[in-house]
Design a protein around this ligand. Structure first.
Ligand SMILES: Nc1nc(=O)c2c([nH]1)NC[C@@H]1CN(c3ccc(C(=O)N[C@@H](CCC(=O)O)C(=O)O)cc3)CN21
Ligand SMILES: O=c1ccn([C@H]2C[C@H](O)[C@@H](COP(=O)(O)O)O2)c(=O)[nH]1
Length: 276
């Protein structure tokens, strides 16, 4: 059975049994028909994924691996904030006429900052430190830039990565302030697991653990019956991740540098509504 399924099922059961509804409050997100999108949530969930043990993708249903990796590369490698550079439509509801999502995600990672060694953007600084200064406890990114929040169409949700080298292992913490459990939990876990594998490979390290810290872990009201049915499904063995070992430059990875072998999952016919 896949560890990702086990953690997902336990987390959903915990939220549904012990969570708190926000129905008494005015909430920002809306459904397509204008109805407020309320949630049941648990505060402060921490899930640990051992990337050596297995690749943490759900088998209860299919996670669109290629689309998730494509969005990760859009943010971390292309450092783009324009949906025209993305090969899916997941961000279209938050883009303006020109396709921009504002000064969010890739835009923040592309901004250069001054250091004593010269100017680096946040991604290049991580790469520099992993290669030149792996014992550093300062290898992190943070895109929650208060100065620019008013120019972001949606504030960053998965906003910070902390990388840490222990022996020859690269571990990381993903900090997330808000998580739509059905639409994006496994999607984000898959993405940041791939990022840890990428950073490890280009630095001559082995991917270790991804620790996912979620402040507000919520299930939207219209997702509750979908989740209830999903967590009763049968689980399969986790697939094996195969990475093109010839890639040693972070900017040379492409979606097809990553393959899953034996990815089994249950059919899932539901179209998941997304609160905007
Ligand atoms: N309410 C909400 N939830 C989110 O997960 C979310 C936002 N808003 N706003 C911005 C981004 C966009 N992200 C998204 C949006 C849609 C899907 C989605 O439609 N997922 C489908 C599969 C998509 C596919 O196969 O290409 C799913 O079934 O979960 C995933 C992530 C994550 N984010
Ligand atoms: O990578 C992402 C991006 C977005 N989300 C979800 C989390 C929330 O449901 C919404 C954002 O709404 P806020 O009111 O700004 O919290 O998008 C996600 O889970 N993962």
């Amino acid at each position: 059975m896949s560890t990702a399924d086990k953690l997902f099922i336990n987390m959903c059961k915990d939220i549904l049994a012990n969570g708190v509804w926000d129905t008494d409050y005015d909430v920002r997100p809306k459904w397509e028909d204008g109805t407020p999108a309320h949630t049941i949530k648990k505060f402060g969930i921490v899930n640990r994924y051992d990337l050596q043990e297995s690749f943490p993708i759900l088998t209860l249903r299919k996670t669109n691996f290629n689309a998730a990796v494509d969005e990760l590369l859009w943010i971390w490698q292309k450092k783009s904030n324009n949906v025209n550079d993305l090969n899916s439509s997941i961000w279209n509801s938050w883009a303006d006429e020109g396709g921009s999502i504002g000064k969010a995600y890739g835009y923040q990672l592309s901004i250069k900052h001054k250091y004593k060694e010269g100017e680096f953007d946040q991604v290049d600084r991580v790469i520099y430190d992993l290669k030149n200064n792996p014992a550093s406890r300062r290898i992190m990114t943070n895109i929650y830039n208060f100065q620019d929040l008013h120019e972001m169409h949606l504030y960053p949700c998965a906003y910070s990565m902390t990388f840490n080298v222990s022996g020859n292992k690269l571990n990381a913490i993903l900090n997330q302030r808000s998580q739509d459990i059905l639409a994006a939990n496994n999607w984000n876990v898959v993405q940041y697991s791939i990022l840890v594998h990428m950073m490890a490979q280009i630095s001559g390290l082995t991917a270790g653990e991804l620790v996912h810290v979620i402040a507000d872990a919520h299930i939207y009201d219209r997702h509750v019956p979908i989740i209830e049915e999903l967590i009763e499904q049968k689980e399969h063995e986790a697939p094996t991740l195969i990475i093109d070992k010839n890639v040693v430059d972070f900017y040379k990875f492409a979606v097809d540098s990553f393959k899953l072998s034996n990815y089994e999952f249950n059919p899932f016919k539901v179209k998941v509504p997304i609160a905007v």
